[in-house]
Design a protein around this ligand. Sequence first.
Ligand code: ADP
Ligand code: MG
Length: 280
Amino acid sequence: MTEMVRPTLARDPLAGGNGYAYDDTGTPVLEVDNASKTYPGEPPVEALRGVSLSIGQGELVGIVGPSGSGKTSLLQLMGTLDRPTSGHVRITGLDVATMDDGDVAYLRATRIGFVFQQFFLSEHSSLLENVADGLLYAGVPVAQRRQEALEALELVGLAERQHARPTQLSGGQRQRVAIARALIGQPAIVLADEPTGNLDQATGKSILVLIEQLHQAGSTIVVITHDRAIAERMPRRVEILDGLIVADSGSDASADRRARTAFQGPVPGAQPEPSPGEYP
Ligand code: ADP
Ligand code: MG
């Protein structure tokens, strides 16, 4: 029998147990360094044209731009779902360009959580199973996956619905499940692409409140949106236009300190999804 040489969590230099250990070196959680992305075609599409962005521990960043400006392309590079045509992407200091696809998948599984506009939940699985699947590729044993899934559901106020199926939930509740799945394993960063795009305004607002509570509790989160009003709520705002970053309000210096002293238990004030009509 040959031993697996794929790095495991125990051997991972940056992982403290399951996930990302906050280090004291000040390494940014995520760095995009002069990255471009050109999609082949006639003519080729230059979706990103030399983008640089550094995100520190504990930041909540809104990336805003109109449709077609390159937001999703940037999220795919930040999330290691795609590789830049040129330039570099580093996650917790590790350069994706130097890694093979297996190592990139491992890096993604252990350090990045995703939230999408369309939720992407499995309708045939319970909420608990959906959330536990967030740890499937991180090599975590099933009993621990279930335990952590329950804790993550608790964070978003849906623990008592653990055995329900996504089809039994409202849109806002489904997005809470997707957020729980993104949070499981305490990833270094959560990337959300138009997380309120499929929700009515009141429900969308409650999801933004949850994101803000998670940020206050120490999570590092990027919210991508075309909606300027959503971006205005974020402590740091980055504007993207025609594949270029045209404005960046700069890092929030207090975020890093908060991340290091983060309260690791349930999010203070996390409330179950309000029933329709609770908002004026
Ligand atoms: P946004 O999310 O801001 O709407 P995208 O990153 O999806 O922007 O798209 C940026 C540009 O790249 C657009 O012109 C889009 O048509 C183009 N684009 C996106 N994905 C692809 C692809 N897979 N192949 C070709 N062109 C693409
Ligand atoms: Mg998009």
